[in-house]
Design a protein around this ligand. Structure first.
Ligand code: PA5
Length: 427
């Protein structure tokens, strides 16, 4: 695996003795993760146990989408879309189909924009919902399926790729009744841990990316993140953050220096927010894109309340040859940068910022990663999933449920008059 933790900017915040003192708790967390027989199961086993037949099926569906559609509308929310979206933003564009994500809000203008995009173009739908009943994607699907029917009539169902529970839920039943093309989210894989199932793999493949390389990256991370000690980098990362949390840090800022990684940071927020924020515990996850946000959040990070710790995603040097050109003058004061690659200047900004934040009281973990390619992304997805689950167990919570998400839904259903949720008797 190419991922390496650089702990230089933790000095004075975390000691080797403190890390070593987690040995027993890590063993216990490891047991919980691999229970009951110590073997990887569910999402943990996806990199190594995804059947070849399923990969072929996904690739064939992606090819069909590319042949028949200019546009694929991916309908889903939370764990049912963020991984694929992170991948599509992270990876350099390929010649696949254009993918738009919808059903992740209830915004009429967003839906109207997407409907307008479909006009005059061939399109297909990939509706993704494990439960099959989440309101946001359900509304978007109803509207977009109607548009699909209006355009393609009786052929519409063959343009619907439905990724849902293997046995239960409304979407599962609709697949039977309408004849949609069906992909399954395994029962034992939860939404935010599902990017390596058809939830993520189908849209990623439809956009032209190599899902086998993505899985190869995850396999490599799985190999290196298997032990139950701090030598396992995913466990070590969880321990470092737990130490910072126990010492009073309350917010974890995920940062990157490349705009293409911005959605990956959103995926991290969702992964950690829903996994670790419960029972009054957990670091509040948030994200910043540097150096852009150094001109907004930078002041607070440097000198505001000392509640932050930071993880910076450092990708292997950009191969872009772009340099600061010679101007023949120094009117802009940039002579000292002439001939320097932007990638090198960006890397220097990262080191300078980490040094400043550390000195200002914000402990900073650098996660050194590989190049901007499928393999690196596969490593990152798997590394963070494992580490997040261990973070949850170290906190003494269940990292795989999300009971708090229900409260707003219950209120919304009551206010909208959904049967079974109103205070007055149903009519
Ligand atoms: O991580 C999770 O489990 C959630 O974020 C879900 O993915 C999200 O709520 C969407 O659920 P569903 O796929 O059932 O529509």
């Amino acid at each position: 695996m190419s991922l390496v933790l650089n702990e230089t900017f933790l000095e004075g915040f975390v000691s080797q003795e403190e890390i070593a003192s987690y040995a027993q708790r890590l063993t216990a967390a490891h047991r919980q993760l691999y229970a009951p027989d110590g073997q990887p199961k569910g999402w943990l086993a996806l990199p190594t146990e995804t059947p070849e037949a399923l990969l072929c099926q996904i690739e064939a569906a992606a090819e069909k989408i590319q042949k028949t559609s200019d546009l694929l509308l991916v309908i889903g929310i939370g764990g049912s879309y963020l991984g694929a979206r992170a991948a599509l933003d992270f990876l350099p564009k390929k010649r696949g189909c254009q993918v738009l994500f919808i059903g992740n809000d209830i915004s009429a203008s967003h839906l109207e924009e997407v409907l307008a995009e479909c006009s005059g173009r061939e399109f297909s739908l990939n509706v993704i919902s494990k439960s099959g009943s989440t309101t946001e994607p359900a509304i978007a699907f109803r509207i977009l399926y109607r548009a699909l029917q209006e355009r393609y009539g009786g052929q519409a169902p063959q343009r619907v790729y439905c990724t849902t529970d293997p046995a239960d839920g409304i979407l599962r039943r609709m697949c039977e009744e309408e004849g949609f093309i069906r992909f399954e989210i395994p029962k034992d894989v939860g939404g935010r841990y599902s990017v390596l199932t058809p939830v993520g793999l189908l849209p990623i493949a439809a956009a032209g990316h190599n899902i086998r390389q993505l899985l190869a990256g995850a396999i490599s991370a799985a190999k290196d993140c298997r032990g139950n000690t701090p030598a396992n980098p995913a466990y070590r990362y969880a321990v470092l953050k737990d130490i910072l949390y126990q010492k009073g840090k309350q917010v974890e800022l995920f940062a990157a220096y490349e705009p293409f990684a911005a959605t990956l940071l959103q995926w991290l927020i969702q992964l950690y927010g829903e996994s670790c924020g419960k029972d009054g515990k957990g670091l509040f996850p948030t994200a910043a894109l540097f150096s852009t946000d150094l001109h907004s959040l930078g002041q607070y990070i440097q000198e505001g309340r000392r509640l932050l710790c930071e993880t910076v995603l450092c990708l292997q040097e950009d191969s872009s040859p772009l340099t600061v050109p010679a101007l023949g003058s120094n009117h802009d004061g940039l002579l000292y940068l002439e001939g320097k690659r932007l990638a090198d200047i960006n890397r220097t900004a990262m080191l300078a910022t980490a040094e400043a934040h550390h000195a200002g009281g914000t402990p900073t973990i650098l996660l050194m990663a590989g190049r901007r390619e499928e393999r690196t992304l596969g490593e990152l997805f798997y590394f963070f999933e494992v580490s997040c689950a261990i973070s949850g167990y170290l906190l003494g919570i269940n990292p795989f449920d999300q009971p708090g998400v229900e409260q707003y839904k219950t209120n919304m259903f009551r206010l909208l008059g959904k049967p079974g949720y109103t205070n007055t008797p149903e009519n």
